[in-house]
Design a protein around this ligand. Structure first.
Ligand code: NAD
Ligand code: DAU
Length: 380
């Protein structure tokens, strides 16, 4: 079958990638979607059980650092679009093992860029109709100050965020023009990859786009990240390790809204542009933790707030960024995207999903899923 487009989504077995793959496979039956993933500890193909048999979906286990294999894949599949999400993504792991982050995030991205350049430049039409879309993070901008610790109405409005909780904890925001100032090995490696992507546009004319998104939450997030980790711990009545005073602020976006933004930008974004993606939805960690405890307790039939005593203040994360807050006005104004959910609604959906899919959590926390892939792939 001839497809209208042949797109590789890297990191499609991970948290955000699996939502992007699902959206593209369902919404574009005339596109071939190749999910390229190494299946590290964070990759889990059960995230995509509902689309794995679709005729327009294909999974390839590959390391993004493997230049030769990726070049061959591009040639064999006639790839015209790359949506690049594969990365090492957890800040705490980067503090323990920065090398892996530099290797995957910087060298892996460079390897994809170089292979795409070689393949696309070999075609008669060259870069026409091609796109290299790199998914990055707000963490590359560094940290903002908490100039309004009590919270004030932010100077922005969106339909979705104009509901109950709508506070800013400072007067400054991350804009597309904000100077890069990464602090963690994770954010330094993402910044390095962003620079390489832009350099390939500026030097070779590759049609690239970069987006920088705020914290995502929702189904299929690996339970090392704040929200799924805490849902799982509350379920088992295990301590909830709150770093420092729990006052740090993050700007939270429902993962499906991020996937919707990626779809919009992949199709309608301007080449060489940067778009910030965020929900104008700042929360202090401790306020989220209380909301999650109340929600889990209620949905498990416990007394609301019964598990507040699990909150355990622990030593702060090294170099812990104080506040992130994205200004996504450009994306909203130029491309008409906006978040579809208020946070309280999103948290309710998210907690319900994890409690209805406890097997998914148990499969990960027991390590069973990794053993399954090792057995499956070692036989090939
Ligand atoms: P994740 O850790 O859940 O998934 C990463 C995926 O990449 C996994 O499936 C993993 O197997 C794969 N992978 C890792 N190394 C690989 C390699 N060498 N070759 C091929 N595949 C490899 O991450 P996520 O939270 O879904 O994040 C996806 C992307 O979005 C990352 O680039 C991240 O920096 C960015 N991002 C994440 C957030 C967030 O809140 N989670 C916010 C903004 C941007
Ligand atoms: O801002 C976007 C980034 O968001 C993404 O680029 C990263 O890939 C993603 O991991 C996320 O980074 P954070 O470090 O903000 O997410 P994390 O869930 O690890 O932590 C959220 C906040 O909660 C942070 O202030 C640290 C705190 N925390 C986290 C954990 C895991 C705790 O207090 N206790 C914990 O156990």
């Amino acid at each position: 079958m001839n497809f209208k487009r042949n797109i590789v989504i890297t990191g499609g077995a991970g948290f955000i990638g699996s939502h992007v793959v699902r959206l593209f496979v369902n919404k574009y039956p005339d596109y071939k979607i190749v999910n390229l993933d190494k299946l590290t500890y964070a990759g889990n193909l059960t995230n995509l059980k509902d689309v794995e048999d679709r005729p327009n979906y294909k999974f390839v286990r590959m390391d993004i650092c493997d230049f030769d294999s990726f070049l061959k894949l591009m040639q064999d599949e006639k790839i015209d679009g790359i949506i690049h999400l594969a990365a090492e993504s957890h800040v705490d792991r980067s503090i323990k093992d920065p090398f892996t982050f530099a290797m995957t995030n910087v060298m892996g991205t460079l390897s994809l860029l170089q292979a795409a350049k070689q393949y696309w430049e070999s075609l008669p039409e060259k870069y026409e109709g091609k796109r290299f879309y790199h998914i990055s993070t707000d963490e590359v901008y560094g940290a903002l100050e908490m100039t309004n610790p009590e919270g004030v109405e932010p100077p922005f409005t969106t339909t979705a965020s104009s509901g109950k909780h709508h506070l800013a904890y400072g007067t400054d925001f991350f804009h597309e023009t904000t100077k890069y100032n990464p602090h963690s090995p994770y954010s330094a490696s993402k910044a390095g990859s962003d620079h390489f992507v832009r350099a390939f546009h500026d030097t070779y004319g590759m049609p690239t786009i970069v987006t920088n998104c705020s914290n995502n939450y929702g189904p299929y997030q690996f339970p090392e990240k704040l929200i799924p980790l805490f849902i799982n711990n509350i379920r088992h009545r295990k301590p909830l390790p709150v770093y420092g005073k729990g006052e740090n602020v993050r700007d939270w976006l429902y993962v499906v809204d991020h996937a919707r933004a990626i779809d919009t930008i992949f199709h309608n974004g301007k080449v060489a542009e940067t778009y910030n993606i965020g929900g104008f939805n700042e929360w202090k960690n401790i306020d989220i933790i209380r909301l999650v405890i109340n929600t889990v307790d209620r949905l498990l039939g416990r007394a609301e707030g019964e598990d507040m005593n699990l909150i355990t203040y622990v030593t702060d994360r090294m170099g812990h960024d104080m506040r992130y807050a994205i200004d996504s006005t450009k994306l909203q104004r130029e491309l008409g995207w906006e978040p579809s959910l208020q946070f309280e609604e999103g948290i309710e959906k998210t907690v319900s999903w994890y409690l209805e899919n406890q097997d998914w959590l148990d499969n990960i926390t027991s390590g069973a899923y990794e053993k399954y892939y090792e057995d499956m792939y070692s036989k090939r």
